[in-house]
Design a protein around this ligand. Structure first.
Ligand code: SAM
Length: 268
């Protein structure tokens, strides 16, 4: 049978479909999630149910968001799963995750994410961090490296700063291409993201954190002084504890936030 057909379904590249096919890896992911009855679980991209089935076995109810109409329909008729699933057929990037959460029952979101949209999807999910207990995602290994990176490394970027602004980032497991059907061209990894209960470095206005990150990481080779010269002068940078001769990629989250909050107060 063609490598692209799995359980009678032809994988759709445009939906980033690479189905998990390795029981050992599936077990490892489900143990990392550790789903329990009564929890508010949400799966993004359930596909053919590789994670949905074992997670649903441990719980009474599971929300799933699936873009592919055929796969959503298949789950609707799944003999063992359908009565436990709330199926939302649509785009997770437009989905209002807060609509599923309550103060007593924060969300536990998980999924083997479509790699073609994983970065914008992560940004969308960060905006719901306040409604989330934790998230477990399979991603390209390179994206997990970016989420977990430290200042001064190649992987450190806007995704890192935003992820670590909202969450503690814990890489959990590395996964080879052979665990999927069809096999992706890249290595994968599972990451756990735990939103901070209290933000360690809160910004007054997210617009400014976004701006200093974009400006900084789009001009990595410039000094901080040159990179931000239209916004902040060198003396102010020094007063914020930032050496104007350093490169933006060496700035810590706390330093990006210090600039953002200064701009919020002083820039009109
Ligand atoms: N969970 C299954 C597994 O592990 O075998 C499938 C994972 S596959 C990598 C990604 C899944 O996400 C597919 O089922 C795909 O149809 C779905 N998907 C793709 N883009 C999506 C989007 N924007 N919103 C929701 N689901 C999406």
């Amino acid at each position: 049978m063609s490598d692209n057909v799995h359980l009678g379904h032809r994988a759709r590249k445009r939906f980033g479909q690479n189905f998990l096919n390795d029981p050992y890896i599936i077990d490892g992911i489900v143990s990392a999630i550790n789903p329990l009855p009564g929890q508010n679980l949400v799966e993004i991209g359930p596909g053919l149910g590789a994670l949905t089935e074992p997670v649903a076995r441990e719980t009474d109810k599971l929300n799933v968001v699936e873009l592919d109409r055929d796969l959503a329909e298949r789950l609707r008729h799944h003999p063992e799963l359908s009565h436990k699933l709330n199926i939302y057929q649509g785009d997770a990037m437009k989905f209002d995750f807060a609509s599923l959460s309550s103060e007593q029952n924060p969300l536990r979101i998980f999924g083997n994410l479509p790699y073609n949209v994983s970065t914008p999807l992560m940004f969308h999910l960060f905006s719901f961090a306040g409604a989330v207990q934790d998230m477990h995602f399979m991603l390209q290994k390179e994206v997990v490296n970016r989420l977990a990176a430290g200042p001064g490394t190649k992987a450190y970027g806007r995704l890192t700063v935003m992820a670590q602004y909202y969450c503690k980032v814990v890489p959990v497991l590395e996964v080879p291409p052979s665990a999927f059907k069809p096999a992706p061209k890249v290595d994968s990894a599972v990451v756990r993201l735990i939103p901070h209960k209290t933000l360690p470095h809160p910004v007054n206005n997210m617009k400014w954190l976004d701006r200093v990150c974009r400006d900084g990481f789009n001009q990595r080779r410039k000094t901080v002084r040159n990179c931000y010269k239209a916004l902040i002068d060198g003396d102010t940078l020094e007063s914020l504890g930032i050496n104007p001769t350093m490169r933006p990629e060496n700035l810590t989250l706390a330093q990006f936030v210090a600039m953002a909050n200064w701009l919020d107060e002083n820039h009109n």
